[in-house]
Design a binder for this molecule. Structure first.
Ligand code: ATR
Length: 282
């Protein structure tokens, strides 16, 4: 859509940034809602990030979002952090407050929960333990979200045990670290299974996990969205578990960004999914 000189501007900062689907996603919403605005992909080298943070508000940007490799460094480049960003330890969203302060937020946890609730509406956080595979950056957002939603027991299992222990230290007694060799047994009595590792992504080996002990009513979700149906989700679907693919998290985490920049909470529906899937990139 054509923009005017008065357009509201936001940006996505990454290095590289060409693979990001965010410009298409926000562009689709802007078109659909008829908003005079744009979200520009900016390829920003790590050494230029601090200067970019100073410059963007001065040239009229209302905010920006961040992708690899900027999400941790940004913690130290904003004036204020939301509690969520501090707890998760990464910033994917920067808003320019009315007083000019840069506010760093993290919407990955929101996106994960919103996607899960939309895709598995029968999921009850308090009903049974959740099992989280992996303990990297994505796992921190997922564990934070699950704890916030009221899950009383979160079993984290990771190839490198120290990282799972780190999540126990960070998030407290509702989180337990389970040995990687015991990951299949950890599914016993679980009410949710989440893969936060890159296993199952195109070009990566599949996640090696026997689902036999998982109750058939437990939703299974994957943060991988390329392919949309990972081997994990296919196996879960085949045995009757509800499945939620990773694209939903990508789309829902963008809603609070769009709302802070353009004032409207946009809708995630099949048309948005189709628009983003048709846009190419990984
Ligand atoms: P992100 O921030 O996207 O979560 P990350 O911090 O690199 O990325 O974490 C990747 C996760 O995938 C980790 O849990 C990692 O396990 P390790 O902590 O042991 O590295 C997991 N992972 C990646 N490749 C794996 C593999 N081949 N087998 C098991 N786990 C793997």
């Amino acid at each position: 859509m054509t923009i005017t000189g008065a357009a509201r501007l936001a940006a996505i900062l990454g290095w590289p940034v060409g693979h990001s689907r965010s410009p298409q996603l926000h562009g689709y919403w802007l078109d659909r809602l008829g908003i005079d605005g744009a979200v520009l992909p900016l390829a920003v080298r790590p050494e230029d990030l601090a200067e970019t943070f100073r410059l963007l508000p001065r040239i009229g940007f209302t905010g920006w979002c961040l992708t690899i490799p900027h999400k941790q460094v940004a913690l130290g480049l904003v004036h204020r952090l939301t509690q969520t960003a501090r707890a998760i330890g990464s910033v994917n969203h920067v808003a320019v407050a009315e007083d000019g302060a840069l506010v760093g937020n993290n919407t990955d946890a929101f996106g994960f929960l919103a996607s899960l609730r939309a895709g598995a509406p029968s999921w009850d956080p308090a009903a049974a333990p959740a099992v989280v595979i992996g303990a990297g950056g994505a796992a921190r957002a997922v564990v934070w979200a699950l704890r916030d939603a009221g899950v009383r027991e979160i079993r984290v299992t990771n190839r490198t045990p120290a990282r799972a222990e780190g999540l126990v230290t960070a998030f407290g007694p509702s989180v337990s670290a389970i040995g990687w060799q015991d990951r299949a047994a950890a599914l016993g009595g679980a009410g949710l299974l989440v893969n936060t590792t890159s296993l199952g992504m195109t070009g990566q080996p599949p996640l090696d996990l026997d689902l036999g002990a998982l109750p058939p009513w437990a939703p299974v979700t994957d943060i991988v969205y390329s392919p949309l149906e990972t081997a994990l989700l296919a196996a879960a679907r085949a045995r009757g578990n509800p499945v939620v693919d990773g694209l939903g998290m990508l789309l829902h985490q963008a809603r609070p960004l769009f709302e802070s920049w353009f004032g409207i909470d946009p809708v995630v529906d099949d048309a948005v999914r189709a628009a983003v899937l048709g846009s190419g990139g990984p």
